[in-house]
Design a protein around this ligand. Structure first.
Ligand code: FMN
Length: 329
């Protein structure tokens, strides 16, 4: 049976680019906008933290509203649901339920460094216990139908990378079909640079595909990472939020977006935010995205300074409309 993994390959003869899961940043609204604008081939949801409970359906739909539309964004890009947790049975039960509700793939998070996550047992903390990685992957693999890919995402290690090969092998032996590797340990946090050589070393020891991730934020960075890894898929996070034209540039389809070309998408994002949650929070995500954009666009930095104290969502909308007037596409 064809899975979303094969579909993405059919759609693009060349290299695939997935959008990194980013809790609190890349939610369904951001996935909707970025898959419209940024030529992404695959998305992974923010992690859904599993402790002991089997979640009711509404929890899955909140994490991944795309379940209601065949697990694809409106632009037809597949979305895989990510689980994070340390106990095999609840992870397996929740994975099975996610699939019953329409998940087309399950990704397992073995990379999250957040303290709250590690205290409640999951994410990068598990990289200290190779056997637990195996137990979780194999329990999830056994709980979901064969045609549903189970994949994983890991860092190089917790405090150091001494277990990186055995961890990756355990994830493969447990039945994962693909492994994304963020080229840092938990201890490294987000300190640059990501180690793309170490990712290649891991890939050389596995038969499943490895997706390099970390600091692929420019054409030059991609070329350097690709020269080392020669992978068929790469995962991009912060770099794509800062420069949504990055994949277009990498595919040599066209150059980066001008600020004027991006603004209508940013306005659309703000309109979507204005339909969600409490009014007093309806500008947070816009400012959060601008904080990424301003690392790439000088105009975004200027605009951010103008709007950073505005709280009223309608004032933010008006400021965006004015900015569109200043920078026609
Ligand atoms: C704010 C934030 C939230 C993140 N949330 C997740 C998550 O939910 N699941 C996950 O596997 N990784 C998560 N990550 C890690 C990213 O997916 C990615 O591995 C990391 O940002 C490195 O890639 P980049 O340099 O392209 O951003 C998060 C990273 C950031 C900065």
């Amino acid at each position: 049976m064809t899975t979303y993994l094969d579909k993405a390959t059919e759609n693009h003869s060349g290299i695939k680019f997935s959008l990194a899961p980013m809790e609190g940043v890349v939610d369904a609204t951001m996935r909707h906008i970025l898959t419209r604008v940024a030529n992404v081939d695959l998305c992974v949801t923010e992690f859904l933290r599993v402790t002991t409970q089997l979640y009711p359906p509404k929890v899955f739909f909140k994490n991944c509203p795309e379940l209601l539309s065949g697990s694809h964004t409106q632009s037809g890009v597949p979305v895989v649901l990510q689980l994070l947790g340390g106990q095999p049975t609840p992870m397996a039960d929740n994975a099975a339920r996610a699939v019953e509700l329409g998940a087309i793939g399950i990704d397992l998070n073995f990379g999250c460094p957040a303290k709250t996550v590690n205290n409640s047992d999951g994410g990068a903390a598990l990289l200290q216990y190779t056997d637990r990685l195996y137990n979780i992957v194999s329990a999830v693999r056994g709980a979901v139908p064969e045609h549903i890919p189970v994949t994983a995402k890991m860092r190089l290690g917790f405090n150091d990378r001494s277990q990186m090969h055995e961890n990756a092998s355990a994830i493969q032996s447990g039945g994962a079909e693909k492994l994304t590797v963020h080229g840092r340990t938990k201890k490294d946090g987000y300190k640059p640079p990501a180690d793309w050589e170490a990712i290649k070393e891991i890939a050389d020891g596995l038969r499943i595909p490895v997706v390099p991730n970390g600091d692929i934020s420019s054409v030059a960075a991609f070329e350097a990472c690709h020269a080392i890894n020669g992978a068929s898929e790469y995962m991009l996070g912060r770099g794509l939020l800062a420069n949504p034209g990055l994949i277009r540039e990498l595919r040599s389809d066209s150059g980066e977006f001008s600020w004027g070309e991006l603004l209508p998408f940013i306005l659309e994002f703000q309109y979507a935010e204005m339909t969600i949650g409490l009014r007093k929070h309806q500008g947070h995500r816009l400012k959060q995205w601008l904080a990424y954009l301003k690392t790439h666009y000088a105009e975004a930095a200027t605009f951010f300074e103008q709007i950073k104290r505005l709280k009223d969502p309608e004032l933010l909308e008006a400021a965006l409309l004015e900015e569109i007037g200043r920078y026609p596409a």
